[in-house]
Design a protein around this ligand. Structure first.
Ligand code: F6P
Length: 319
């Protein structure tokens, strides 16, 4: 293996830059030619591929987003699109590709590997929705970003003695709501993995009021329901109109935490080392703080489950 490319795809996540840097520098360390692909799979189609050197990735480890840019490419999903992508890689003799992204991006890598391009995936998403790995790059930063918002919202909720619904991202995974909810001391956490129990939440709000609680924070994962309809149901049950804060894209930005920079750096090194061992169609993961690689098929076949030991803690701690 002599020529390797790297791209970021799907929703960006803090730490992607640190991962790109690690891939580029590790490749150079092992005397490979490393290419950066712009805008994810779109760049493979438009041939927006540039050779990188050590300075190409200087001064980016601390920055959020992805300097290679990203996209969700419709054209790459088609057979013709993928043919074009493979041609553009083969013209440059690029034999290996590191894909940094989530499950959709990994599916793209899987199809490319069937066309003879060795692919390795690095999990980059704020959602932490990949079952095969304990953590994805960007999740820790997103939890901290949400937490900062919760802390501020708590001040005003307490001052006005209000219930606030904070809606967070995460797609169909409740991890972001759960981790930020536990760390922010939320009174209720609603995740897609456990159906919404409106009576239980209303009961908790009323019980809190009885014991003189000045606020009630509800962390709502976007995949668990809609903040507006929850607000409406709560008016019916408690007589109170809760405030709504939808945090939105702020959750995807920001400087990566030390944890995300370290995870990204470790995974970037490991991804290139896998290519050097002629491995393909694999994803890098972390379990119990140990890195490993696993077949993409196998990794994507696993169903993510909520960590019930943490979820049950929420019940105890929000008394
Ligand atoms: O996957 C990351 C994520 O931010 C999700 O949490 C969210 O549902 C989605 O992307 C938003 O996607 P888009 O950028 O396409 O609006």
């Amino acid at each position: 293996m002599k020529n390797v490319a790297v791209l970021t795809s799907g929703g960006d996540s803090p730490g992607m830059n640190a991962a790109i840097r690690a891939v580029v520098r590790t490749g150079l360390y092992y005397n490979l030619n490393i290419f950066g692909v712009k805008k994810g799979y779109e760049g493979l189609l438009s041939n927006d591929i540039k050779k990188m050197n050590a300075s190409s990735v200087g001064d980016i480890i601390h920055k959020g987003g992805t300097f290679l840019k990203t996209s969700r490419s419709e054209e790459f999903m088609t057979e013709n699109g993928r043919k074009k992508a493979v041609e553009n890689l083969k013209t440059r003799n690029i034999e290996g590709l590191v894909v940094i992204g989530g499950d959709g991006s990994f599916r793209g890598a899987q199809t490319l590997s069937r066309e003879g391009i060795a692919t390795i995936g690095i999990p980059g998403t704020i959602d932490n929705d990949l079952a095969y790995t304990d953590f994805t790059i960007g999740f820790d930063t997103a939890v901290n970003t949400v937490l900062e918002a919760v802390t501020k919202i708590r001040d005003t909720s307490t001052s006005h003695e209000k219930t606030t619904i904070i809606e967070v991202m995460g797609r169909y995974c409740g991890d972001l709501a759960l981790y930020a909810g536990i760390c922010g001391g939320a009174e209720s956490i609603i995740v897609p993995e456990d159906p919404l129990h409106i009576d239980e939440i209303a009961g908790r709000i009323n019980k809190g009021k009885e014991r003189g609680k000045l606020h009630h924070i509800i962390m709502l994962a976007e995949g668990a329901g809609d903040a507006k309809s929850l607000q409406k149901d709560l008016i019916d049950k408690t007589g109170e109109s809760a405030r709504i804060s939808v945090l939105g894209f702020i959750q995807r930005g920001g400087d990566p935490t030390a944890g995300d920079r370290l995870l990204a750096s470790r995974m970037g090194v490991k991804a290139v080392e896998e290519l050097l061992k002629f491995n393909s169609s694999k994803v890098i993961g972390v379990r119990n703080n140990q890195l490993f690689s696993e077949d993409i098929d196998q990794a994507l076949g696993k169903k993510k489950a909520l960590d019930t030991s943490i979820y049950s803690m929420a019940e105890i701690l929000s008394l």
